[in-house]
Design a protein around this ligand. Structure first.
Ligand SMILES: Cc1ncc(COP(=O)(O)O)c(C=O)c1O
Length: 480
């Protein structure tokens, strides 16, 4: 069987194979009942690994296109012949460029009691009262805030507050070197729209934040993933890779990284900056978690050492204050920032003034005391989660406890047949983030990410214990 594969594309090989076969099945080219080539046969004719073909077949089976049975092989499912033209019928093979969306579309996250997949903080820990009160007062006393477009770059007063905040973290820039965005997600998107085009080389950590992977994939970037160890992105490996493919941009989440929880060492931060200088490229330093340390403050940001305007620094307040406020700031200098402001105006003509003003007094006057309390609450949750892991994690499951942030990153002894595990967890009202979406790679990941801060402490403990027991049963059933 011939399938043309694009080996340097952003779409994974299993995905390309499963989509091609799905198209042939839905168009009738492959008739119901016909046998697909064996995994080994197709792998050898396409010159890909057997794991790649198995993954493609598993995806086709999960979508009901084929039926596979041990020893007999895989056959085109009967129901394709008579299936009416439903939305699911054609949408499954409709191309997109978002690796994360490809996996998520098979899962329904709406109705879960224990949403461990979401990296967020439980509402009882957030300062919703004071922010809500400011918002209500603004609506009542200054309704004219809603009557005009704000500044594209963001409210000048909030930018001044952000400037002081960043200065207290060692980042010395002017209020004009800042832009307010709708979360750092928009910041990443604006950088990608402005500076990354099809085929441009973007280096990311492996694993990396899924929202960034999707954005760069959507721009048609050539994404190269650099392994992470206990000191963060392995910059020596990155340096060797850059010799072969010079970077257009390096994306990093160096502090309490999502998903691995790892923090980049000071030495590597310095070397990364040197690398960006020598290649005259940009680093995107995405920093939503650095205030959420449990013991020692993390090393200073890469931006605080940047004298040449190589770092676009993103500080999200949305995670720690109120995700619904969608407030983050992006710090950059020179015409890098002016081009980003142009992109922002093209994207949304500026963020809502009301929410910018609603968070302003809190960030200005109450943030530091609040952050200290939040750190204590999150540390307690992390410690409770650590105790449960010790007691209930199945044999062979390993983890490195994070020094800050929101996530646990578990390594399983084998790839866990993720769709099945997800279905089992969903039945018990539990969700988790499969590691696959953090790599956009070819091989099934052996990792899963669990967020311990999105629930009440009791809820987290109940749900985590339940999940670990279920994981144990699932891994056992895979082996027997
Ligand atoms: C590393 C990282 N960057 C950016 C974001 C986006 O957050 P927001 O747009 O709410 O600032 C997230 C959210 O999970 C994240 O984990």
């Amino acid at each position: 069987m011939r399938i043309d594969l694009l080996r340097s594309g952003s779409k994974s090989l299993p995905r390309q194979i499963s989509e091609t076969l799905a198209q042939r099945i839905t168009s009738g080219l492959l008739q119901p009942g016909s046998r697909l080539p064996s995994v080994r046969g197709l792998a050898s004719s396409l010159k890909v690994s057997q794991v790649t073909v198995s993954k493609a077949y598993a995806e086709l089976e999960a979508r009901g296109h084929i039926i596979c049975s041990q020893g007999k092989g895989c056959y085109v499912a009967e129901r394709q012949r008579t299936a009416p033209d439903t939305a699911a019928g054609w949408q499954d093979s409709y191309d997109d460029y978002l690796p994360r969306a490809q996996l998520w579309r098979n899962f329904d996250y709406r109705e879960v009691e224990y949403p461990f997949h979401l990296a967020a903080i439980h509402s009882s820990l957030l300062p919703l009262g004071p922010i809500g009160a400011t918002m209500a007062a603004l609506v009542k006393e200054q309704p004219e805030l809603m009557a005009s477009y704000g500044n594209f770059q963001g409210d000048a007063e909030l930018r001044e507050v952000m400037r002081r905040h960043l200065q207290s973290r060692g980042i010395a820039i002017g209020p004009d070197d800042l832009m307010i965005t709708s979360g750092s997600q928009q910041g990443i998107d604006l950088v990608a729209r402005t500076f990354v085009g099809p085929g441009d080389t973007v280096y990311l950590e492996a694993p990396s934040y899924t929202g960034a992977i999707d954005v760069f994939a959507g721009r048609g970037a050539e994404m190269i993933f650099v392994p992470v160890d206990g000191e963060g992105m392995m910059v020596d490996k990155l340096t060797a890779m850059c010799d072969l493919r010079p970077p257009k941009l390096i994306y990093t989440n160096p502090t309490f990284q999502n998903p691995s929880g790892v923090t980049m060492s000071m030495t590597r931060r310095q070397r990364l900056l040197e690398l960006a200088r020598s290649y005259r490229c940009l680093i995107v330093e995405d920093d939503p978690f650095s205030d959420l340390y449990f013991h020692q403050p993390p090393p200073v940001s890469i931006k605080s050492m940047d004298t040449g305007g190589h770092v676009v620094y993103m500080k999200s307040f949305s995670k720690v204050l109120a995700p619904g406020s969608r407030i983050a700031c992006v710090a950059a200098e020179g015409n890098i920032l002016s081009r980003l402001i142009a992109a922002k105006s093209a994207s949304d003509l500026g963020g809502p003034l009301l929410t910018q003003r609603a968070v302003l007094p809190f960030i200005d006057r109450q943030y530091e005391a609040y952050a200290a309390k939040l750190r204590t609450a999150l540390r307690q949750r992390k410690e409770a989660a650590a105790r449960l892991l010790k007691q209930y994690a199945p044999a062979g499951v390993t983890w490195r406890l994070p020094e800050g942030g929101l996530n646990l990153w578990l390594q399983l002894p084998e790839a866990p047949a993720i769709e099945r595990l997800h279905a089992l967890a969903e039945r018990e009202g539990i969700s988790f983030l499969p590691g696959d979406v953090c790599y956009a790679g070819d091989l099934p990941s052996r990792h899963i990410r669990l967020c311990y801060s999105q629930l009440t402490e009791e809820g987290m403990q109940r749900g985590l214990k339940q999940f670990l027991l279920l994981l144990g049963q699932h891994l056992h059933s895979l082996r027997s």
